[in-house]
Design a protein around this ligand. Structure first.
Ligand code: AMP
Length: 213
């Protein structure tokens, strides 16, 4: 099965994807993560997009689609992809259908995590990510887990774009460009809306229930 996990920045897409990949043998593709790798490795693409991501603007569709296509057509990930952070606008939603159709694949589940703006801010401002294993934690909510983190706390870093100014831009971009994707998908039988403000485990249980059906 292929799954899209969808929602505003900070809604928990990454956390929930990480929580279910093992159980369902899925491969998580986070376009944000792929783009951050380009920046870290200082590739040509990375140099072009660094400022764009820091500001909270969207990266050009061609760049994102190229990175994503490599994953979609990789036979190792065929029909077991969870898309995290893609599609983010209508053009990307259309491109995804074309990419999948061309490879005889389809979307089987769309999970929309609904969360209000206030919660989003708290989550993003407290977010820290392990540079080694990519686990996401929150410095206000997961103090104990942070202390015990198996890679060591030195690997836990804040994202450059997780600041107040960038959150405003990212949320505006979401409302303007990503929310229309919701209308594009919401009438489909495999679309599921989930209250993303609940505890992590409660949401994971709901997702597991949906994917098991
Ligand atoms: P995320 O890790 O999903 O929060 O994404 C971080 C940043 O990467 C976003 O604010 C955008 O600048 C960029 N980005 C991630 N995914 C996409 C996408 N599908 N289209 C355009 N830009 C993206």
């Amino acid at each position: 099965m292929n799954v899209i996990i969808f929602g505003p920045p900070g809604c928990g897409k990454g956390t929930q994807s990480q929580g279910i990949v093992k159980k369902f043998n899925l491969y998580q593709v986070s376009t944000g993560h792929l783009l951050r790798i380009e920046i870290k490795e200082k590739t040509e693409v990375g140099k072009k997009i660094e400022q764009i991501i820091s500001r909270g603007d969207f990266v050009n569709d061609d760049i994102v689609n190229k990175l994503l296509k490599k994953v979609v057509i990789n036979p190792n990930y065929r029909n077991r992809i969870i898309f995290d952070g893609y599609p983010r606008n209508i053009t990307q939603a259309e491109s995804l259908e074309i990419m999948l159709n061309a490879d005889n694949q389809s979307i089987n589940y769309i999970l929309f995590l609904k969360v209000n703006r206030e919660i989003i801010e708290k989550r993003i401002l407290g977010r820290i990510i392990c540079e080694k294993c990519n686990k996401t934690l929150n410095e206000y909510l997961n103090k104990e887990e942070i202390e015990k983190h198996e890679c060591g706390i030195t690997y836990l870093k804040k994202r450059k774009d997780d600041n107040q100014a960038s959150i405003i831009t990212r949320y505006e971009e979401y409302i303007k460009k990503t929310k229309p994707v919701l209308d594009f998908y919401s009438s489909r039988t495999y679309f599921h809306e989930i209250d993303g403000s609940q505890k992590i485990q409660v949401i994971t249980n709901k997702i597991e229930h949906i994917l098991k059906v």
